[in-house]
Design a protein around this ligand. Structure first.
Ligand SMILES: *Cc1c(COP(=O)(O)O)cnc(C)c1O
Length: 373
């Protein structure tokens, strides 16, 4: 049997171990310490403009904290792109609010600006202006920043930018993670860089960052006697884990280059097949190509290819199942156009880990080419 090819395996650089050893040597084995600070500075330097990073235990925790920071609470409504991983939406329920789902545009697979405006107008007509919008850079492709932010500004609704999959992507040369009132990254095991598990909340001011750190450390008031006025969370990143992040940040540019190369390989090898189409970058959009996604002509073809790859010990997966189709979330108001349903049925995520070899890629594409004869 050929060795297993994973969808998106962790890819260590070798630098991680040094930061971890240093943490042990200095006994910073806690959710505080030089690696946590260092990792945050690395992220801030990477993002450049007005970005203040708080390292957290997960991307999900970061989205939760963003909603708390925006005072989203009981019975508020939050608009969210329906085509996403469930972690984008669960925090809406954590704060007691109600998700309102909006469908995608075919150009980016992300939130359709026209439907967003329609949804906002309809919610207002029904009696409630949405309290926040969760916009997502899915698979590393930026959402339509200009249009989405213009609409959000017109109605004065803050944006949480879920950039969990998009560290290293940019829109008109500005990095993803700098657009939202709050932005979020994930460093889970399968993301473009990983800390095994972890996340970050990006705030726009130092003051907001301080508040995020406060809330993420049980909202303990200053002083010796453990006084609390606010409910907080235990969401800080461990100093050991942050060491992995510092090592990974050193090679982020290489990881982006590799993932984009993998996408281009698939594109060159498969673009001639009529039944396959790609999620191409519109002008001004730069994707980190976290996962290379293709659309098949039919659902049957997509399922056949998943099975064939699986028989050859290769992991691939359908593109995210939209939230309005989930048992957990059906019944919530949804503004749909059929696009996310279609991408869900025909979309396929191919192995995209930055550690894949040319031989791995040949193995994958030859199976797909053979299927189409
Ligand atoms: C991975 C991911 C998250 C959650 O991040 P975790 O670190 O796994 O909690 C949120 N949104 C999207 C779109 C993701 O892909």
């Amino acid at each position: 049997m050929n060795s297993k090819i994973y969808l998106s395996a962790p890819h260590m650089s070798g630098y991680e171990q040094e930061f971890i050893n240093e943490a042990f040597k200095t006994n910073w084995v806690a959710p505080i310490g030089p690696n946590v600070n260092g990792f945050e500075i690395d992220l801030e330097n990477y993002l450049k403009s007005n970005s203040y990073a708080t390292a957290l235990s997960s991307g999900t925790a970061a989205i939760h904290l963003a909603l708390v920071m925006l005072n989203v609470g009981k019975d508020d409504e939050v608009i969210c792109q329906t085509k996403t991983f469930v972690a984008s939406v669960n925090p809406v329920i954590y704060v007691g609010a109600k998700p309102i789902f909006v469908d995608s545009e075919s150009k980016t697979w992300n939130m359709c600006p026209d439907l967003l405006e329609k949804a906002i107008q309809d919610r207002i007509k029904q009696g409630k202006k949405p309290k926040a919008i969760i916009a997502i850079n899915l698979y590393g492709m930026p959402y339509n920043v200009k249009k989405i932010h213009t609409i959000a500004k017109d109605y004065n609704i803050p944006i949480v930018e879920d950039s969990a999959e998009a560290l290293g992507s940019s829109y008109n040369n500005q990095p993803c993670g700098t657009f939202g009132d709050y932005s979020v990254f994930s460093f889970n095991g399968n993301k473009i860089i990983t800390t095994s598990g972890g996340g970050a909340l990006i705030s726009r001011t130092q003051k907001d960052k301080e508040k995020a750190v406060f809330l993420a450390t049980q909202a303990k008031e200053s002083g010796q006697d453990y006084s609390h006025k606010t409910m907080g969370y235990n969401y800080r990143m461990s100093n050991i884990i942050a060491g992995i992040g510092r090592g990974q940040m050193k090679v982020l540019h290489k990881r982006i280059e590799s993932r984009r190369k993998i996408y281009n390989y698939y594109y060159q090898q498969l673009k001639h097949i009529e039944s396959i189409s790609f999620l191409e970058e519109p002008g001004g959009y730069f994707s980190n190509r976290w996962l290379s996604c293709i659309l098949l002509e039919t659902e049957t073809m997509r399922n056949d290819i998943i099975d064939l790859l699986s028989k050859n010990n290769i992991e691939s997966r359908p593109s995210w199942k939209p939230m309005h189709l989930q048992e957990l979330y059906n019944g919530y108001p949804s503004y749909l156009n059929g696009i996310s349903d279609d991408i869900y049925k025909k979309g396929l995520c191919l192995p995209s880990g930055s550690g894949l070899s040319e031989t791995d890629l040949e193995r994958i594409t030859s199976i797909i080419k053979n299927y189409f004869g």
